[in-house]
Design a protein around this ligand. Sequence first.
Ligand SMILES: Cc1ncc(C[n+]2csc(CCOP(=O)(O)OP(=O)(O)O)c2C)c(N)n1
Ligand SMILES: [Mg+2]
Length: 380
Amino acid sequence: MTVLEQPGSYHPVPPPAWRPRVDPAPLLPDAEPHRVLGTPAAAAADPDLLRRLHAQLVLGRRYNAQATALTKQGRLAVYPSSTGQEACEIAAAAVLEERDWLFPSYRDTLAAVARGLDPVEALTLLRGDRHTGYDARKHRIAPLCTPLATQLPHAVGLAHAARLKGDDVVALAMVGDGGTSEGDFHEALNFAAVWQAPVVFLVQNNGFAISVPLAKQTAAPSLAHKAVGYGMPGRLVDGNDAVAVHEVLGEAVRRARSGGGPTLVEAVTYRMEAHTNADDATRYREDDEVEEWRGHDPIALLEREMRSAGLLDDDTSRSAQEAAEAMASDLRERMNEDPVLDPMDLFAHVYAERTVQLRDQAEQLRAELEAAAEAGEENR
Ligand SMILES: Cc1ncc(C[n+]2csc(CCOP(=O)(O)OP(=O)(O)O)c2C)c(N)n1
Ligand SMILES: [Mg+2]
């Protein structure tokens, strides 16, 4: 008997068991990035929130400038600046509760600082000192992640596990536009949606993955549209509008917390500086483009709104600047101190149980350090 001769009813179209699993329409992002500043909606914004965001943006800008200066002084190995992207960094930290988790990428030291991490600890990894530089569990900030997008599945795993345990925890994971082309991005979003994990994915579309512009990164209508393929809402927001980013991320966090599942947020922003201090951005982009974005600066946008609403005067502006200068001078001073490091610490926190190879290497290093110390004693 051939397949065609088998008994049973004939279905010229797929059986009705097949239908779209969810209605895609509500998942689609808006055509334009959501904005608040410079629109009538700004009048309803909480004045205290505007003041808080402003103070943090000013602090953040100064922090980026200081960290970049430290690379030039040889005190920091490398610094990927988030100048121009401060609104995303600040808002990401502001929408989280203490019990939540932040999963930053290498560019997101400022988000970690805005979450309360000591600015020196936040730079320890980039200084090449000690592991990630801070206690990830204590601060609920995962290590600043250099391998692109690998922080995303971690965020999903943590959020899903928390939900299974009945803990009220949301994970917010940050990634760049380039990171969306990684397999880990796909896997993380797929798992998050299937499990309805309490995660928020924040893609900072800053236009470039080092020298690769977005047009060469993806053919998708927007990065937010990618959400629909996984069955989660995609939201598009002006990443330089601190109030809008705060609003969109806040909604996504509330949705995740209340069991509504994950959201993918694409924040449209721009990397004002080179990829890192080791990069020369003039080799692959025009100054005109940078200048155009300078006109859409996150601090200027907020200040304009606040001044017209009578929420910012020269005194408040000056005191925000002074607080930023004090932070920068403290950072400079403390980064100029040589850290005291134990070379044996290299082997800590690598495996729960040390492998044979690591045990051997640790012994070898210990012997070398002891021999060097003895030789030092003899030469004295
Ligand atoms: C898995 C992996 N592949 C390649 C790199 C090298 N790399 C470091 S940053 C970067 C560009 C990432 O761009 P994007 O995700 O847009 O983040 P941005 O630097 O703009 O914040 C690349 C390719 C890496 N760190 N990890
Ligand atoms: Mg990028």
